[in-house]
Design a protein around this ligand. Structure first.
Ligand code: ZN
Length: 97
């Protein structure tokens, strides 16, 4: 793996990744969902020399994680959509629907 670095040699101040790694990561949240059968993670990630992005990880308890890299704009759009969905659910519950 070209460019892999060891944590001790990693020059990225905010990186929490251990061992040899290509993608620098700062782990922010890990949220159990679907009665604990899935986990959603939010991480700041910078793969090699690429742009720093928000990484959304979905992982089933016994599965391979699916990681989606989002630009900061895309992450803001997703956050806004999630907030909007929560507000709509609360309004629907308020109407007894
Ligand atoms: Zn690193």
């Amino acid at each position: 793996m070209t460019g892999a670095v060891d944590r001790a040699e990693c020059g990225v101040r905010w990186c929490e990744e251990a061992g040899e790694h290509w993608t620098h990561r700062l782990y922010l949240a890990s949220i159990p969902v679907v009665a604990g059968r899935w986990s959603l993670g939010v991480t700041i990630a910078r793969p090699g020399a690429e742009a720093t992005a928000v990484e959304l990880t979905a992982m089933a308890r016994r599965g391979t994680p699916v990681m989606v890299h989002l630009t900061t704009r895309e992450a803001q759009q997703l956050a806004a959509a999630m907030n909007d969905a929560v507000k709509r659910v609360h309004r629907l519950i308020g109407r007894g629907i």
